[in-house]
Design a binder for this molecule. Structure first.
Ligand code: M7G
Length: 338
């Protein structure tokens, strides 16, 4: 079995070892974000130079991340709302020797056999993953704000009467998904593609994964079909698509990263944030956001449920969490369903 815990990625398993080249391209929050930037990597420093923090929406000293709502200070998006996520990256075993050799060490305190230091590594061993959403809509800002959650029991009828009309009006743009499928963005990051319009998909690293090490491996498979919004639309006729994603997705990950299928958690979110069917592939042992039982549906269970009953996801009550300020929660409340 492949040891994914401490391995880092470099050219011998086929991925780039250099720093991530792109900040996230626009997700269609504004009409002018439809054209992805060709190479946003080099502009990152100047884009952040004038960034004005409005509010810290969430931060965790344990997870070493911070979610900031701010305004862009310069460039074409000057004055516009943005969400900036900063996250310290995991340690890489293969760079430890260099870290020890090249870092500056300053003693903080010594007491008996105990001592603490400040370690100042060189810049390339000290990077911070930065994710930017700009222009960010009100909904993006809410998505990252910490909020109380409530568990919803949504029947098939609730879905058709309340949820579906809501998501048709209110959901996030999936322009970023179409950009990937049409090779207008992230084309150089595609790990695998089956171009078949019915059963094909694109497998690509999720933008939460910096691809530097395997302990937080995270890819998504995005299907070429555009009419499938979520789990709720699936019937037995989609089994060839789902089985194809499962089988070819796992094989591609084995081939590229040497991570076998028995080390992968392969699942769909309900509710997703983006209503174009996609499947999450994360490595076991990594507590990816949204991999809990209240949101993640294992693809193998989905396949079996559809094999047993083609109407399963049309009729079943599905349980999922909603944030206190989610407009869907208010709609369900108004309808007396919560
Ligand atoms: P989801 O279940 O719809 O929503 O998953 P979630 O974000 O609430 O989990 C969408 C997945 O796509 C998430 O894992 C995102 O991190 C990922 N993702 C979102 N965007 C905007 C991008 C993007 O532009 N590029 C890539 N590669 N992944 C993205």
């Amino acid at each position: 079995m492949a040891d994914t815990k401490k391995r880092s990625l470099d050219s011998d398993n086929g991925t780039e070892s250099g720093p991530e080249k792109k900040l996230a391209s626009g997700d269609g929050a504004g009409k002018d974000t439809k054209k992805p930037t060709a190479d946003p990597g080099s502009e990152a420093g100047s884009v952040l130079a004038g960034f004005q923090t409005e509010k810290i929406m969430r931060e965790s000293s344990r997870e070493k991340n911070i979610f900031i709502h701010g305004k862009m200070g310069s460039g074409p998006n000057e004055g516009r709302d943005a969400v900036l996520i900063l996250e310290k990256t995991p340690f890489r075993e293969d760079s430890l020797a260099e870290l020890f050799k090249t870092s500056e060490l300053k003693l903080q305190m010594r007491n008996d056999i105990y001592s603490t230091y400040h370690l100042h590594p060189p810049t390339h061993l000290n990077d911070i993953k930065a994710t930017m959403v700009c222009p960010a809509t009100e909904k993006h800002i809410k998505k990252y704000q910490s909020q109380e959650l409530f568990l919803i029991q949504e029947s098939g009828e609730d879905y058709r009467n309340i949820t579906l009309p809501y998501i048709q009006e209110q959901s996030f743009s999936v322009q970023w998904v179409y950009n990937i499928l049409e090779k207008k963005a992230e084309a150089d990051r595609i790990v695998f593609e089956d171009p078949d319009p019915q059963n094909g998909f694109v497998l690509i690293p999720d933008f939460k994964w910096d691809q530097k090490q395997l302990d937080d491996l995270y890819l998504i498979a995005i299907c070429h079909q555009r009419e499938i919004k979520s789990l709720r639309d699936l019937t037995r006729e989609h089994l060839p698509l789902l089985q194809n994603i499962q089988q070819q997705g796992q094989e591609a990950i084995m081939k590229r990263y040497s991570v076998p299928s028995c080390r992968l958690r392969v699942y769909l979110h309900y509710q997703p944030s983006y209503y174009h069917l996609h499947v999450h592939f994360t490595v076991l042992g990594y507590e990816a956001p949204g991999c809990g039982v209240e949101r993640a549906h294992l693809l193998s269970d989905v396949i079996q449920n559809l094999q047993t009953d083609t109407q399963h996801y049309h009729t079943r009550t599905l349980t999922y969490p909603l944030r206190a300020d989610d407009a869907l929660l208010h709609k369900l409340r108004e309808a007396g369903r919560f």
